[in-house]
Design a protein around this ligand. Structure first.
Ligand code: ATP
Length: 242
């Protein structure tokens, strides 16, 4: 893949379910990528163009706050040891457990993923009901989901997928810089994620994030224009509403 290139030519020639996108719908993009690849940074840049961002990590945080919808099930499954004094999920404790216990990771995902998916569907419904002229109306919607290609039922929520990718050494350096984690821990997290090669194969579009933030901004702007072109495409005759 050439640095900074998107995977498919721009314009009408867009792969993925975008071919089935009807202009009366809201276009939904699924954004993914490995740890520290730049998903949040890219999502923020799209948000500046008015794109509505629905972030699975933020939803997961809400679900696991005090009184969150996942807390009762987490308590029943894992016990008091995984809640902190306030009754919220004890993230550090849980992270350590799921690192070393794959069955526990599956149990946690079985609790969280259906709840996250339901909230995303609800957010998509809400966003889609804003009339086009409303100040709340976004040109299109973006779901940020690290496990977009592997967690059940998420890929289907989007018309097409966009992966943020960067070289492994840059990715690791950025996470060390951001989180202060050691390289070994970061590599373990990466190993538990959807392999980069698979994501590169499955994504409809790719933004390469090996350069500066300014370079990234330009790529986001180009990708945004491509999505706007798709949104503004007149209905194809065979699917146009009478
Ligand atoms: P995670 O999967 O852990 O949530 P992420 O994919 O959302 O991570 P970001 O948090 O957006 O990744 O980016 C990781 C770090 O790299 C952040 O500190 C961000 O500011 C920085 N970063 C992202 N892109 C660039 C860039 N092009 N130049 C310099 N720093 C960058």
């Amino acid at each position: 893949m050439k640095s900074g290139s998107t995977k498919v030519p721009q314009g009408d020639n867009v792969t993925g379910n975008v071919a089935n996108f009807h202009p009366d719908e809201k276009l939904v993009i699924g954004l993914t990528g490995g740890i520290g690849s730049g998903k949040s940074t890219v999502a923020q840049m799209f948000a500046e163009y008015g794109v509505a961002i629905i972030d699975s990590d933020l939803i997961a945080r809400e679900l696991t706050q005090v009184g969150g919808a996942a807390i009762a099930q987490i308590h029943t499954t894992f016990g008091n040891a995984y809640l902190d004094e306030s009754g919220a999920l004890n993230r550090i404790q849980m992270r350590q457990r799921i690192f070393t216990d794959p069955a526990a990771k599956l149990q946690l995902e079985a609790i969280l993923h259906p709840l996250i998916r339901a909230q995303m569907q609800e957010a998509l419904r809400t966003q889609s009901t804003f009339p086009a002229h409303s100040q709340h109306a976004a040109p299109y919607l973006m779901l940020v989901v690290p496990l977009l290609f592997t967690a059940t039922g998420f890929r289907e929520l989007a018309h097409c997928t966009l992966m943020v990718d960067c070289d492994e050494d840059i990715q690791i350096a950025r996470v060390i810089n951001r989180d202060g984690l050691d390289e070994q821990t970061i590599r373990r997290i990466m190993a538990a994620q959807t392999p980069r090669a698979e994501q590169l194969k499955m994504a409809d579009h790719i933004i390469q994030n090996n350069g500066t933030l300014t370079a990234l901004q330009i790529l986001v702007q180009q990708q945004h224009q491509l999505y706007l072109n798709v949104c503004q495409k007149p209905p194809r005759p065979e699917i146009a509403k009478k």
